[in-house]
Design a protein around this ligand. Sequence first.
Ligand code: FES
Length: 503
Amino acid sequence: MFELRICSGVHTITVPAQEGQLVSELLQQNIPSFALPCAGNHTCGKCRVKMEGMLSPLSEGEKRVLSQEEIENGIRLACACTIAGNATATLHEETASKIIAWYQTPDYPRTETGYGFAVDIGTTTVAVQLIDRETGTILAERLAGNAQRGYGADVISRIEACKTAGLDTLSDRIADQLEEMAQECLQETGITEVVESVVTGNSTMLHLYEGLDPSSLAVVPFDVQSYFGCFSRRTLAGAPVYLPRCIGAYVGADIVCAILAADVTGHGTQLLADIGTNGEMALVHEGKLLCCSTAAGPAFEGAGLSSGMPAAAGAIRAVKLTEGDAVAYEVIQNESAAGICGSGILDALAVMLETEVMDDSGYLELEEEDAEAWPVGDSGISITQKDIRQIQLAKSAVCGGLLTLLEKEEVSVDEVSRFVVAGGFGNTMNPVSAAKIGLFPGGLQPKTAFIGNGALGGAAMLLMNRSLREKASRLAQEAEELSLSTCTEFMDYYIDCMAFDTF
Ligand code: FES
């Protein structure tokens, strides 16, 4: 068995590959947006990809389609090139997903036709994809900060804002934003008609989108106005919108979609963490699905940090020590550093721990007396004490939530067969750094799989196969919600997990 490293936009993953396996097969399995317009007949040339490593010799079809210059630059047709050893595939800008929507989903039949939008309304970030439902090809996509952010960074402050700014104001903000993003996708592709869309999000985001009063979500007994699992009163680009079912007030349709995309049900004991502004988690054990959510805050999405930014061009996404103990860093799309994203700051904190610039309580101990921040090499970006505290709160909420789920079901870390991390930064995160600073229990590190934006992946599945909607609704109805706000075990773990240590 060999490995194929796939570099796509801001993301890189490594997947197992067999000798003789077509590169196009591997790309299609791992990148839903990778299209083969001529069905692999070596005529359209649209599956061009830059290849390095051990590969089959150039085929006659490739010699016919590719120019001499392309051949010299390592360009191949993915539908003609096969694996002969370890290799790397770098996707063209236009083929690569430029946003967080890099997801892997289980195999499922696509039963619908026409075009539609898959949408994930995150508290901090909104992602929209225009999808050909028959082929699964992502035709256009947009990522933007949630237009309601001016009304507060988290769900509680948005609920509060409804009392002052008015529910309709917040509701129209997000609906208008989705319409604008959808229209941009249509203009880009020249498509004029969509059949329907699926809009997922946490329970508060769906209440706000739908214009339902969310105030009951914030007070005991935390009631929802609707669980959804139905069509919206709104349309998107003139077509109906399906809203997947939520589990409860704080465990929304986004985790239900992520559970679908992660395929965690039905195979032993598995854990899922969808890490965004709301850290939502699920444990599947002996047929039972137990879910919870914690207010992780927007730090992992780069918001609220002195130099924070989303995982986009110009963000420092990785930091490490070289053999000579210098600090090296990697910037997305090799641009000059404009900020640091979630995966970058996790790496940076791991390096700071290792070099004892920061102790395990998170205290920054800088050599120069007047220095106030730790510089990330020569990038011009630095990490402040306040940044460290933001990450500390977020990571103890996530790790504490995971440990509480395990304790409630009396499951040890060793019994977990697979740990799936979803979320905007999950697929670029270094699991070693994450475990080192205690974002999740250390024993889970070798079992960790990253799926990117699982909520969006699940929404796309529901868009392309309507029968899965019933499965998603059943899953949401059968799931149990654990309220961490009234859970003493969680409070104990939350305090313990404040330390930057391995748990
Ligand atoms: S899919 Fe058309 S050339 Fe490969």
